[in-house]
Design a binder for this molecule. Sequence first.
Ligand code: NAD
Ligand code: MG
Length: 439
Amino acid sequence: MREKTWRQTHVKVEVSALNFYTFAVTHRVLSPVAMPFTHRSAAADVRAMVGGEAAEPLRVAVLGSTGSIGTSTLDVIAACPARFSPYLLAAHRSTRLLLEQARACRPRWVVVVDPAAAAEIGVGALPEGTRLAVGPEALDDLVQSPEVDRVVSAIVGAAGLRSTWAALEAGKIVALANKETLVMAGPLAMRLAERTGGRIVPVDSEHSAIHQALRTGSADEVTRIVLTASGGPFRTRSSESLVHVTPEEALKHPTWSMGPKITIDSATMMNKALELIEARWLFGLPAAKLAVLVHPQSIVHSMVEFVDGSVIAQLSPPDMRLPIQYALSYPERIDGPTRRFDFTQAMTLEFSPPDPARFPAVRLGHEAATRGGTAGAVLNAANEEAVRGFLDGAIRFTDIAEVCARVLEEHPFQPDPSLDDVRRLDGWARQEVVKWACV
Ligand code: NAD
Ligand code: MG
C-alpha cells in the first residue's frame, strides 16, 4: 500500500510518452522513479534530455508572486529563459510590486485576488500584452487553462488551498510551496491528483531534499525520514525567557529569509510540525517513520534512511531558488542561479534532537500526522490565527503552541472529512483561538 502511494506520486506513465520513456530507461537516461511526466510534452522533454530538439519553455503560473517564494520563482524563471516563461502572476493586494513584476517579465495575465486593490490599478498601468483578471474565481479559471504547463503554488496559508485544488483538478503539475494544502487536506489532495493525473512536486526545502533522496532507493527500502530544522532564532534561549519574546525578535531568522507567517512558525518550530504532516501525506509514510533533527546551519535539508542503514541526505546553501528550480525542471537538473558551496572554506555541520519542553509544537505535528482526519486542518487554522494574534500583540509567543494544543485536543475529530468538513473546522478553530485570546 505504501509503495503504491509513493509510486502513484512519482511515477505516472503518459501513454504518448511511453515509447520515449522506454527508450530513455533502456539507455539509462532515466530511472523509472525519475521519469518525466509533463502533460504537454513528455516526449519532447525526453528528446531534449537525450540531446534532441530543445523543448519549448514551460509556461508557468506563479501564485503568490509578490511573496518570498514568488519573487525567488521569478528569479529562477529570469535565469532560465529557454526553459521557463512566466504566463501568470497572482497576488492578493500588493499591486505596486505585482505591476513592477509584470513590467519586468511581461506575463500574459496578472491576477489581483482582492477586488478593492484591483480597483486602484490605473489605466495603462499594465504593460502591452498583459491582461488583468480580478478575484479568486478568475484565478481558479486561469490556473486551469490549457496554456499553463506548471503551477507554482506559493500563496501563504489556508488561502492557498483553493487555487492549488483548482490546479490539481485540471491535472496540472504543481510545484507546491503552500504546505497548508497538504496539512489541511492531504489525503483529499493526493486522491484528487491521482484521479485527474495531476502531480505535486514539493518546493519546501525539506520535502525537496527527501524527494531527491528517495530517487536512490525504492519505497519498501525506506525505514525513516529525518526532517532537519534550523531551530530558529530561539534555539538556545531558556524556556523562561521565551514568554517575553517580541514579534520583532521572532521575525529575525538566522538562516532563511522568508515571509512573516512562516518566519514565526520557524521560531515556534510549528513550521516543522506542519512539515511532518506535509511529509506524511506527500510520501505516504506513517508518522512513526518521520523524525525531526535540529541542524542550525540549514545545509543538510533532510535525509532518508534506508533498510541497510544508509542515510542519503541532500545538501546545498540555504537558498529557496534551488528547490523551486528543481520542482520546475524535474526530472531534469539544470544550471540556475543558486549559490554554490566554497569547499576551500572550513564548514561545520551540527545536529541535535529538538527540545520538547521549549518547542512543544513539534509534538503537536507528530500527533496530527498520526491522527490524520481533521487534525491537520484544525492545527493549521489555530496556528494561523494564533500567529496573527501574536503579531498583533494580543497573545504571547508561548501562547501560540498552548492554544493550538488546546484547540486540537478539544476539536470534534472526524477521521475521513470532506473538503467542506475541513473548511468548517478551519473556521471553528479560528473562532476558538479568538475566544481564548479574549478571555
Ligand atoms: P509571503 O508572505 O512572503 O507571500 C505570500 C504571497 O501570497 C504574496 O504574494 C501574497 O500576495 C499572496 N497572498 C496572500 N494571501 C492571499 C490570498 N488570500 N489570495 C491570493 N494571494 C494571497 O509568503 P512566503 O514566505 O513566500 O510563503 C508562501 C508559501 O510557501 C507558504 O505556504 C509557506 O509556508 C511556503 N514556504 C515558504 C518558504 C520560504 O522560504 N518563504 C519555504 C518553504 C515553504
Ligand atoms: Mg521547509
